[in-house]
Design a binder for this molecule. Structure first.
Ligand code: ZN
Length: 341
């Protein structure tokens, strides 16, 4: 299996975020990449640099207004007297269907859901290369590879069409799914990250050509709080094409695998031509977020069950934070796909 990744993805280095009101070091650190590269290598994966795919595949899921904002907001922010080094919002609209402010502060509140996605001078470049890794992995699968792994960092599944959030700027899983649509009439996205894939859900919520399924810690007590409930089933043409499986906090392998069996049943009934796995390794028992309790061998069992679908599969890295087993958890997961090319 090939791994796709570019060194520019390391440049984004967010300093802080607010957790329960307290300023803390941002856990979405460039060092994650070293651990994940080592984990992919240990699984026998070769590392490949993606091409620059331009804005086309990114603009296929994000609004032009938002992409213009991401590209230029850091420079605009620096022109505000006394502004912080990183762009961090301090005001938000009730909803985003109203007027669009000209002010950099107003636009930051409009396009950023929370304080955990600070934008620095390097963010746009890193986010683009992260997205291009996902596009390249999708192209590898469309060219006949059974499976490809995109080491996407910064991650993407909390990013909506026009809103960043939760360490995410560009929705790499959605971008990969949309790229796969070139050859595939129907694409399923299975999100196994600890956190609900709210951005991915939002992007495809009214569509029936992309099925979105997410297994995650119950949002009643866990980020992202406002999405991820079982009664969110899609809308309009997309009604019935979104499936959420919230789990009780601290659930381990057995509960996760039971939910996964239900998720895979729904995906089989959709009869997709290709699959995107939004791979969060933060469901691990030893992850700093400590929301679920999947074990290192558990990730192999999760992967084996998914590989049983026998679908062309793009694996997109989402969460998974610094802990001793981060690389091993990826090795375990990718190993579960062994037996496929
Ligand atoms: Zn997560």
């Amino acid at each position: 299996m090939k791994t796709f990744y570019a060194d520019e993805q390391k440049h984004h280095n967010p300093k802080g975020f607010l957790s329960s009101g307290a300023p803390r070091a941002n856990p979405e650190r460039p060092e994650r990449i070293e651990r994940l590269l080592a984990g992919a290598g240990a699984a026998g994966s070769s590392i490949h640099r993606p091409a620059n795919h331009g804005l086309g595949p990114i603009a296929a899921v994000h609004t032009p207004e938002y992409l213009e904002f991401l590209q230029h907001i850091h420079r605009r922010w620096q022109q505000i007297p006394g502004a912080s080094e990183e762009v961090i919002p301090n005001i938000h609209p009730f909803n985003r269907s109203g007027s669009y402010p000209a002010s950099a502060v107003g636009q930051a509140g409009y396009h950023m859901a929370d304080t955990s996605c600070p934008i620095s001078a390097e963010t746009w470049e890193s986010a683009c290369w992260s997205a291009w890794s996902a596009v390249e992995a999708a192209e590898a699968v469309m060219s006949g590879e059974a499976t490809a792994y995109a080491l996407c960092r910064p991650p993407g599944h909390h990013a909506f069409a026009a809103v960043a959030g939760g360490f995410c700027f560009l929705n790499n899983s959605a971008i990969a799914a949309q790229a796969l649509r070139k050859n595939a009439a129907r694409v399923a996205i299975l999100d196994v990250d600890l956190h609900h894939g709210n951005g991915t859900q939002g992007i495809f919520y009214a569509r029936s050509d992309v099925l979105t399924v997410s297994i995650h810690a119950d949002p009643a007590g866990f980020y992202p709080f406002f999405w991820g409930y079982a009664d969110e089933r899609g809308e309009g043409a997309g009604l019935g094409y979104n499936h959420n499986l919230p789990l009780e906090c601290k659930s381990g392998d057995a509960v996760f695998l039971e939910a996964l069996a239900a998720a895979l049943g729904r995906i089989e009934a959709f009869a997709p031509d290709a699959l995107v796995v939004a791979l969060g390794l933060d469901a691990f028992a030893g992850d700093p977020f400590a929301g679920l309790a999947v074990s290192t061998p558990g990730f192999a069992r999760i992967a084996e069950a998914i590989a049983g679908l026998r679908l062309p599969t793009v694996i997109v890295q989402e969460g998974g934070y610094l802990c001793d087993a981060l690389g091993d958890n990826l090795t375990s997961f990718l190993g579960g796909f062994s037996g496929r090319a």
